[in-house]
Design a protein around this ligand. Structure first.
Ligand code: 13P
Ligand code: SF4
Length: 323
């Protein structure tokens, strides 16, 4: 029996089964980031962090890529697969980092630093990628920065990731675009300190997009996949995790598969009344929108060919260096 939705659409009672069926009918592959809702992660053919998803996007045989993530990720998949149709459940799934780095302003920033190389985090638009010498993700950022030793280097758009790269690569001369992730920047160093006092044996895992005062308290600073792997492998019984809420689903699944039990605690935010560690952009991709997206093969993500070709070079270089 169909359920009546708030809008004009009706949806099958078993939405998950209908999505699985449509995926086959449309010859589609479903790629999802770890920050998607648990049920979306469980429907995906591949779940990963930004680097793993870019790598997975180079190896697609199906006609359609349904990208359950944010817009810049779907754009990257399109840049790598111009002959495939790339769709995203909600075209408004942006990112505070990508949206906070408009191409025209970024071009002006580059022009202010003639001769500087440009390393950009994958969390940016195709237009900004097209202005870059090399792309990085949180999994490979330090290695990518090391490609430019001794050269003036712009790092954009995340100021926290850039600071961490500088520390790891021993550089205090990086030219930094001052963007930030609204999810990772909202963790409270003060509340984290109090939490650690209550859990003295806990290991703290944090994403490099977090503020310095939070990173100072971390036992491990790593990408999303690095955090998931450590949470499962760590000898600690209790883990405090400063990153997006979606990783908890994967950590719990992996712990169950290994017959392990651990206490997982979310790092506290600045505003206790809000579930601010859930990325509002990522969470726009609901099961209902995923169903419609697969049914209608829309909304489609496209990239003008001239931009695509220029953006492809620094992405390919990153993938080669990360192989
Ligand atoms: P990673 O997937 O590289 O850990 O990045 C996290 C993120 O914020 C993606 O938007
Ligand atoms: Fe962007 Fe932060 Fe959301 Fe990732 S978690 S998509 S960096 S706003």
């Amino acid at each position: 029996m169909d359920q009546l939705a708030p809008g004009a659409e009706t949806f099958p009672a078993d939405l998950e089964a209908a999505i699985r069926e449509l995926k086959e009918e449309q010859n589609a592959v479903l790629l999802a980031h770890y920050y998607q809702e648990s049920e979306v992660q469980d429907l995906a053919d591949f779940v990963g962090d930004s680097l793993a998803l870019a790598q997975a996007a180079t190896d697609v045989e199906r006609d359609v890529i349904v990208f359950c993530g944010v817009h810049f990720m779907a754009e990257t998949a399109k840049i790598l697969n111009p002959d495939r149709k790339v769709v995203i459940p909600d075209l408004a799934a942006g990112c505070s980092l990508a949206d906070g780095c408009p191409p025209d302003e970024f071009q002006a920033f580059i022009d202010q630093h003639p001769g500087a190389k440009v390393l950009t985090y994958i969390n940016c638009s195709a237009d900004v990628k097209a202005m870059s010498d090399l792309i990085c993700t949180s999994s490979n950022a330090v290695k990518m920065a090391q490609q430019f030793e001794g050269q003036p280097l712009i790092v954009a758009p995340d100021r926290h990731l850039a600071r961490w790269i500088g520390q790891q690569a021993g550089r205090d001369d990086l030219i930094v675009w001052q963007g930030a992730c609204i999810v990772h920047e909202q963790f409270s160093a003060k509340e984290l300190m109090k939490l650690r006092v209550r859990h003295p044996g806990a290991e703290v895992l944090a994403h490099p997009e977090c503020d310095q005062a939070v990173l100072d308290q971390a036992d491990l600073i790593a990408s999303t996949s690095g955090i998931i792997a450590r949470a499962v492998a760590s000898p600690a019984d209790t883990l405090i995790i400063a990153t997006e809420d979606g990783v908890f689903h994967q950590i719990e699944k992996k712990l169950r598969a290994e017959g392990k039990k651990k206490t997982l605690i979310q790092a506290p935010g600045l505003d206790e009344s809000c579930a601010c560690n859930r990325c509002p952009f990522m969470r726009l991709n609901t099961l209902e929108k995923l169903y419609l997206c697969l049914r209608d093969l829309a909304p489609e993500v496209t990239v003008p060919e001239e931009t695509r070709v220029r953006a492809l070079a620094p992405i390919q270089r990153m993938l080669e260096l990360s192989a």
